[in-house]
Design a protein. Structure first.
Length: 162
């Protein structure tokens, strides 16, 4: 499959929101999606599947750029298009965009029980570096595992605790 990754525009939000509702038991609200367009530190990329004369939005990535850090909020690919390499391309495009805007590190949280997500992020070079106890509330309470990846050489001001 051929994919492209482009900045999300407000006009694309409807399809992205449909994907959100199809993928999550507790999806972000439409207001949360719209709110991401109000912050100068917020970024959103779309994953499009190219096919002949048509393109179809099949996923998206939301992240924040704060100082020299990329904070991944959400990455989602529609259920019928998973395991085709699109999510990896989307994350790589997001990390590349973040580096171009000065990011040196990337951070994200993963639900402790999400083994598939750990495999995915570790394949991209992320490592487990901490825990946020009881971070997720539904369904049930569950810890988040903090993951980090150096995007450019060195720590760029980030110091480990140990």
């Amino acid at each position: 499959m051929l994919f492209s990754c482009l900045p999300m525009q407000r006009a694309d939000m409807g399809r992205a929101f449909e994907i959100e509702r199809a993928c999550f038991a507790e999806p972000w609200s439409r207001a949360m999606f719209e709110g991401e367009f109000l912050h100068e530190y917020s970024r959103a990329l779309l994953l499009r599947m190219e096919g002949g004369s048509q393109t179809e939005i099949i996923g998206y990535l939301f992240f924040h750029l704060v100082a020299d850090e990329m904070h991944v909020l959400k990455i989602t690919v529609s259920p019928e298009h998973r395991r085709c390499g699109g999510a990896g391309q989307l994350m790589k495009a997001g990390m590349s965009a973040a580096v171009k805007q000065g990011a040196a590190m990337a951070f994200l949280e993963v639900r402790r029980s999400n083994a598939a997500a750990f495999l995915f992020y570790e394949s991209l070079g992320f490592e487990r570096v901490g825990i946020r106890p009881a971070y997720y509330k539904n369904p049930g309470t569950e810890d988040a595992i903090i993951m980090r990846k150096t995007l450019q050489g060195g720590n760029h001001g980030f110091t480990d605790w140990d």
